[in-house]
Design a protein around this ligand. Structure first.
Ligand SMILES: N[C@@H](CCC(=O)N[C@@H](CS)C(=O)NCC(=O)O)C(=O)O
Length: 190
């Protein structure tokens, strides 16, 4: 099994954590240029990571990769509530990625731009609810939604994308898991 990705991507890190006890090869790519981008283009027409290759089968998108792994490892599917948790985490993560791409492109983001306002509103709405759900014990285990939430919050801290003011349960959740071996082994800080 081969996982194509980058060490900084929170979506890739989720799958690396899921695969921590499964033999696989991690192919770390520079997805934006050079040979890394050529390899990515030869594997995944959406030009995104992660991408999994297993027995000649290519799978795109972390969510689909996770479903594939559940089926392959004979594990039960997520509940609908967990699917919704994942959708909220993905919503916040995608909006952070969009805003981060504006910054990397030297495009100034201002709150009166519709695009920027929509991303910021989605981030506030999803992070606020996720914070409440963590407080209510809904992320007490270390299943896939918790792994996805952890990699999002840790990436937000790593890239300094949001102060997380008032989101104390999310900050405590990150602290709670920071010393796990599969977490330290996949730390984007190296
Ligand atoms: N829905 C996708 C999102 C993956 C994603 O956005 N990956 C980013 C890296 S964090 C990427 O490949 N971006 C490249 C691009 O947008 O051109 C998933 O869950 O795998």
């Amino acid at each position: 099994m081969k996982l194509y990705g980058s060490v900084t991507s929170p979506y890739v890190r989720r799958i690396r954590i899921v695969l921590s006890a499964t033999e696989h090869e991690f192919i770390n790519l520079n997805i934006f240029e050079g040979e890394g981008r050529d390899i990515l283009a030869s594997k995944n027409p959406t030009l995104k990571v992660p991408c999994l290759e297993d027995d000649g089968q290519l799978i795109f998108d972390s969510r689909v990769i996770h479903s594939y792994l559940l089926a392959k490892l004979d594990l039960p599917p997520l509940s609908w509530d967990q699917e919704n948790q994942l959708t909220m985490i993905d919503g916040a993560n995608d909006s952070f990625v969009q805003l981060f791409m504006l910054k990397r492109s030297d495009i100034e983001a201002t709150n009166d731009q519709l695009f920027v306002r929509l991303q910021k509103e989605r981030i506030a709405s999803t992070l606020g609810l996720l914070n409440e759900m963590v407080s209510a014990g809904e992320f007490d285990g270390w299943g896939y939604p918790s792994v996805a939430l952890f990699t999002l919050i840790d990436w937000v801290e790593f890239r300094e994308l949001h102060p997380l003011t008032g989101l104390d349960a999310l900050k405590a959740f990150r602290e709670q898991h920071i010393d796990r071996i599969e977490v330290t082994a996949t730390d984007p800080r190296g």
